[in-house]
Design a protein around this ligand. Sequence first.
Ligand SMILES: Nc1ncnc2c1ncn2[C@@H]1O[C@H](COP(=O)(O)OP(=O)(O)O)[C@@H](O)[C@H]1O
Ligand SMILES: [Mg+2]
Length: 490
Amino acid sequence: MSIRIKLLLSFTGMLVISLLVFVFTACLFTIATTGDIHGVRDFYKVHYQINPLTEQEESIFLELKYLAKNEPDELQDKELLTEYDFKLRTVRAGLYVRRENDQVFESNTMNQPELEANLPPYDLNNNQIRNTLNIGERFYAYAKYDFRYTDGARGSVYVIRERSPFGEVTRRLLPVLVLSLVGIAIVGNVLLYRWITRSVVKPLNTLRNSAEHIKEGNLQFSLDLHSRDEIGQLNEAFEDMRKRLYESIQLRLRDEENRKELISNISHDLRTPITNIKGYIEGIRDGVADTPEKMNKYVNIIYTKTMDLDKLVDELFLYSKLDLKQVPFLFEHVDIIDFINDCIDEQRYVLEEKGIRLEWEARTGQSVQVVADLEKLKRVLLNIIGNAQNFMDKQHKIIHVSAVLSPEWVTVEIRDNGMGIDPEAIPNIFERFYRAEASRNSTMGGSGLGLAIASQIIEGHGGQIWAESELGVGTSLYFTLKRATRKEAR
Ligand SMILES: Nc1ncnc2c1ncn2[C@@H]1O[C@H](COP(=O)(O)OP(=O)(O)O)[C@@H](O)[C@H]1O
Ligand SMILES: [Mg+2]
């Protein structure tokens, strides 16, 4: 069953129940006011015409009627009439007696000067004993009996009771009132039903349509989030889900793209040395290397190329393992200053051979403890120093290493006065296989994995790595490591 139908049923149910309750209450109310179960039944009949008087009034009236039939002259006896009137007055009714056109007795409680003029004419057959009459705004119910006095004169006896005119009006208006109440209830229900369907069913339908969209793989839409109710929250959650799904799909597509690019890069980088090696080996096979010098040269080239290949595969392997977080870090407490000292000493001789001056300045002047994997950290340092010497284009070649301390961190800077990096290229140099345009076509660069590996390693240490450079002036590479607290250091 759809929500729409359920709502319709529940609204109709409510309507029926409220109408029943209304009718029941009305019945109870009538019983309570008239004190008579028949009152309910008579509600729509002109109750007062049939039964204008209460039981007590009625019994007094019957006595008077009896008197009028049997001893009509008694109804001229003022004393007797006053007595009856007194009885009637205790039940808030009044007595009126007339003889021909004269008034014999009128209750002084009546207070209605026009009563006489408004009474019905004589009807000795007494066809209608009980009736109502209006005088101006006032409304009366009465029972009367017409008779003849013994001398033949016509007479009437009335027991009259004033009724609330509102009662009459209400009684007349009641059907209209009930109908309009029912109408209001129905219209209200219809409006409420429309309101609920609009605020519940419609958004649900939108949600369902969105789900259909998603099922078909279309995630590039957005839901209107108007309402703040539960449906609104549901829509919000759904919209959130759509965004995340969209993001994750985008991410997957990007990863896929990356993977393709990686494979194409790897195959390209592997192919170049292999083609070279193949070429030289073919040269040897075809007898191009016909002298021992040539042969020696060919073999040397093949050897160098094979070494390059070996290095490339090694770097690739390391990079992919770092990327997959499969390389364990062997952390230990070390003095980073001591460590840099050792590395510099190791490199100084090789670099000086190439005419590069290696300066090392530890501005700290103290030992600085860090938690690090020394072998990997050395790789970082050598990669950076390697770049500095590879991309060197000056006469006076200088590589300057320094370390600066902050309370929590130690920052190592490796500055060179080489060719520098194009500012636009700087954000990319830590990406795998990335080589700035200047080095791409030259023999200077390597695989483009050096800084990617360095970045992975520093991140593995919880540090940061970045570069600052000025084209033609030089480059600074920085990395930070967290200092170990004394307790950790021990
Ligand atoms: N010290 C430097 N001076 C100039 N360019 C540099 C320097 N270090 C890195 N680069 C640029 O960053 C690129 C990426 O470096 P790297 O990842 O080590 O790859 P590779 O050295 O194999 O080319 C280099 O190709 C080069 O263009
Ligand atoms: Mg490099």
